[in-house]
Ligand binder design. Sequence first.
Ligand code: NAP
Length: 317
Amino acid sequence: MTDISKLKTRHKVIIMGSGPAGLTAALYTARANLEPIIFEGLEAGGQLTLTTDVENYPGFPDGVMGPDLMNAMRAQAVKFGAVSIMEEITSVDLTVRPFKVLAGDKELEADTFIIASGASAKMLGIDSEKELLGYGVSTCATCDGFFFKDKELIVVGGGDSAVEEGIFLTKFASKVNLVHRRDELRASKILQDRAFANEKMNFIWDSAVDEVLGDKEGGVSGVKLKNLKTGEITEKEAQGVFVAIGHNPNTTLFKEQLDMDDVGYLITKAGSTETNVPGVFAAGDVQDNKYRQAITAAGTGCMAALDAEKFLEEHGE
Ligand code: NAP
């Protein structure tokens, strides 16, 4: 890690974010001798640092711990010349090139800017959920469902994600209890029909998870549920809790500067990582509301690096 005060002002590539997308972009641009600067941000290593075992990242037949995988990705990028800065970018000006990037009181200039600032899963905001995240509480059914064979699970939410993840989890779980704060789902009709027809799905309406029970050693043992109409608190046994109440893309800095969809995900051109501003590229979950996997993020990180390299060549920089 390098002290930001030691950096020169102008850089060929500045990368915002240090999840699989940002670190893969760093690895590729470093190997192309572009000396990228990675701003790691508040959640250094990204969402994988909030998980334990990762079994679906290719190349690890015995699985790998999320934080270990991210440390290895960072070490690999730094080995080839990427510079890691443990700071948050606080503002950017993308209206003129070189782009202006402000972190703390240091202003840098970037010929190309790769945004890999990710998306953060929305959380319920209760202490026990935070404490047991990665120990039975998860925000990713695709990643963690496999660990819950024949177990009873809770899924929180009533949108497409919650219902789709609930149905997916019935492949492993003995029973999936979908806890929703209202008495009707927001999810699309087709998903609702599928969920209602699934014998392993159970619906708990008008309810919120008040507390997740368990500890780090034994994992989750159940939840305290609050009926929002009557106020009644009940306990329900379960070995896993999947929070699926949506994601927030980390794009606040780019409002009014870059094209984004209604929710705030950056829009990239089809088959590319180019945004509407030439020289600014977006990779990973910040531009992907659909797949949201570490391997797809890494893939688009590689694309962003190649796109940036080509841009620099074409602009003689
Ligand atoms: P979403 O549509 O915003 O739904 C979020 C759900 O979580 C809602 O049911 C909401 O309840 C609930 N919720 C929000 N905050 C909560 C809180 N603090 N406590 C408890 N419950 C809370 O999010 P999403 O399901 O992630 O979907 C995001 C977008 O991706 C949508 O456009 C969706 O259509 C799309 N998507 C599509 C598919 C598919 O087509 N197969 C799959 C996944 C996602 P209320 O209903 O009461 O607001």
